[in-house]
Write a protein that binds this ligand. Structure first.
Ligand code: SF4
Length: 64
């Protein structure tokens, strides 16, 4: 299992700016809850899932 940033640097920068604006909450989600703090619960579960391969919801990270 390997997790890396999206190869699209502009995308990474835009999401990082979003994270800065929200104070660390997922910029793609409305709710400011603990499970939506980056790295969010959804992607933590996807990282733990041996069958998952792909981007996180915001496309900041890629897991293969
Ligand atoms: S979807 Fe990606 S960027 Fe958004 S909180 Fe989850 S891991 Fe972070």
């Amino acid at each position: 299992m390997a997790v890396r940033l999206n190869e699209d640097k502009e995308m990474v920068q835009a999401i990082r700016e979003g994270l800065k604006r929200t104070g660390g909450y997922c910029p793609c989600r409305l709710e400011r809850t603990e499970e939506n703090k980056c790295i969010c619960k959804e992607f933590r579960e996807q990282m733990a899932d041996p069958d998952f391969k792909g981007y996180c919801h915001c496309m900041l990270y890629y897991k293969d």
